[in-house]
Each structure stands twice: as C-alpha cells, then as structure tokens.
Ligand binder design. Structure first.
Ligand code: ZN
Ligand code: ZN
Ligand code: ZN
Length: 337
C-alpha cells in the first residue's frame, strides 16, 4: 500500500503509512521500524511535492520552480530613479515562451521545463495576456502530468482523496458556480480526455487538499502546494505535527511526542481560535464536525487526559495558524471568459 502513495519524485521507505483512521477515511500513521520522536523532530521531508504553484498576485515575484519569493523592489525606487544593478541582477527572468512564469536561474527553468512546463507553456502562451487562476493552473498541471504518473498513484493516491464535490454541490450558491466555471476552464485548457464531470471532481479535490505556501517572514500566501501523501494527513485541533513549506520543500515536523502507531495529525485552522470559530471554519471549508480531544473537552463533554493540556500549551506556539490553502475559503480570482 505504501508504494502506491509514494510520490514518484520521492522514492524510498516512508515513515508514514496509510491506514483506516478513526478521524476520517484513511490517515497517515507513524510506521514501525522508525524511532520514537519528540518535539521538533522532522517526521518527513518532501523535497519536491507533486505541485507547487505561485499565487495569482505572485507570478512575477516567485520562481515557478523553487518557489523562492523575491518581492518586487519597484516601490523602493519610485519613478525616474535608477534601480540598483544588484537588484536588477536578482530579478526573476520571464519564460519567453508564455510570458507568464518566471525563474530565479537557468537551473530552475531547466528543471521546470522537463518536469512540467514543456507541457503547459504552449497552453499558457495561447491564453496570454490572460492568466489562469492558481487553482486552475494546479488542476491543468495535474491533468497534463496524468500520463506520466504511475497508474496506481493516480487511482489510489489521487482519485481516492476526499473531493467533497457532493457537499459543494448541495451547498450550491456562488462557490458552486465558481467551481463549475473553473473546472470548465481546466477541462478546456488542458485538452484532457477526462469528462468535464471528472475534471470537476479533480478540481474540488485540489481545492480541499492544497496547503498554503507562506514565507517565514510574512503571512501572505504566495502559492499553493499539493502532494497526494501530505493530503492524506488528517486534522486535529490538538495536532502532533505541523507542515512547514519552505520554498517548495515540505517538512512534516513533530510538535509533541510521536510514537510508532500514532496517527500523525496537523491543524487545518488556527488552533488558537475558540472552539466555535474553529468548528465553524472546519464545517464550512472541509465539511466535517471535528471530534478531537480538544473539541470534546471545550464543548464540555470530556476531561483532559493526563498531561495533555500541558502538551497542547507547549505545542501551540509551534503550530502555524492553519496552513491549508485559502483557495477554498473564497475565490479571490479574476473571472475567466
Ligand atoms: Zn528558482
Ligand atoms: Zn513558458
Ligand atoms: Zn477539534
């Protein structure tokens, strides 16, 4: 089962195994044969998650391969002033084919070209100056990569992830309208053989399963990251791990002790919000009622287990304010026609 979930780009034995979870569907569990972990130990390091996509407003400032963020210096110089040659040197270079993506170096451009950009560049070029929203670019790339991915990874690693398409549909309204529009775009621009309905499922899966790429120095979301393995990690409001994404590299780090057989969890929302606010966000965004220990106690239905409250207090400082991507919360994207 593990090999099915092993990202093609990151082979080797994995410390996380998929197993049925009491939280939801399948979760990832700390595997036998690995030593017990304590706070700040790295559980898993993914050098190249399957998809790393710059956000709509950051295409000019983020290298589309390594995801390094180089904020524009325009404001610093203002009109009529000559920029520092060193800053010009550091500017990201545009792909001359599509004029949409930028890279920090020749190496990054080469890697991106052979990994995926060869397939997407002509499609982006045909649309220029229009640029697809990040979630659609993610969906198109996944569709273009489909043929290259092992069949088992596609069928068991990707298609088996929650897509909540029925939940989105029964909610209806503006979000459902946008989902249909975006999925139609992804279907058309990718030229996939899959049906529009299948692409809509895939698009919803991406919306619910991507993580935000947030630079350490800022809380803006500069891009989104998706990997079928990370997407399997379930939520808890008192998680034992967190996901850090630096550049494109994603690390799962323990925030409490993690022993063999423990399910590894992260928080999809800001753990410091009160219980009602957390549960509301989880319900509206990921359509589930959280059954974690913290919710149980805070809703008055239980007592902290020995040492648990202390553990939570200690770990809370290390848990980022919810690092699931914001794409699904609201569509802050430009309309496509
Ligand atoms: Zn780069
Ligand atoms: Zn290009
Ligand atoms: Zn909870």
């Amino acid at each position: 089962m593990t090999t099915l979930l092993t990202p093609t780009t990151n082979p080797g034995s994995l410390p996380l195994l998929p197993r049925p979870s009491s939280i939801s569907g399948f979760g990832l569990f700390y595997a036998p044969g690995f030593s017990p972990l304590t706070r700040e130990d790295i559980i898993l390091d993914l050098k190249t998650p399957l998809l790393s996509i710059p956000g709509d407003k950051y295409l000019d400032e983020v290298c589309s391969w390594c995801m390094e963020w180089r904020p524009a210096k325009k404001d610093v110089y203002g009109k009529g002033k000559t920029p520092d040659p060193e800053d010009v040197e550091k500017e990201l270079k545009k792909c001359t084919g599509c004029k949409v993506v930028r890279y920090c170096s020749r190496e990054c451009q080469k890697h991106a070209w052979s990994d995926h950009h060869k397939l997407e560049c002509p499609r982006y070029a045909a649309l220029y100056p229009r640029v697809l929203p990040a979630s659609v670019r993610a969906c198109v790339r996944l569709l273009l990569l489909k043929e290259r991915l092992p069949k088992a990874l596609w069928e068991f690693g990707i298609l088996k992830l929650d897509d909540h398409v029925r939940d989105f549909e029964s909610e209806g309204g503006e979000r459902w309208g946008m989902i249909n529009l975006m999925a139609k775009g992804a279907h058309g621009y990718s030229g996939t053989e899959l049906s529009e309905r299948e692409v809509r499922g895939l698009y919803c899966m991406i919306l619910t399963n991507t993580f935000a790429i947030t630079p350490p120095t800022s809380d803006v979301q500069i891009g989104l990251s998706f990997d079928p393995l990370l997407a399997k990690i379930n939520h808890s409001c008192c998680p034992n791990a967190r996901i850090d994404i630096t550049g494109k590299e994603a690390a799962v780090t323990a925030v409490t002790d993690v022993n063999v057989g423990d399910e590894v969890t992260v928080s999809y929302v800001d753990t410091e919000m009160n219980v009602e606010a957390r549960r509301k966000e989880l319900r509206e965004t990921w359509f589930f009622e959280c059954k974690c220990e913290k919710c149980k106690v805070e809703l008055g239905g239980g007592k902290w287990k020995d040492g648990m409250l202390e553990d939570i207090k200690k770990s809370e400082r290390d848990v980022p304010a919810g690092n699931k991507s914001e794409e699904v919360r609201g569509f802050v994207v430009e309309e496509m026609d």
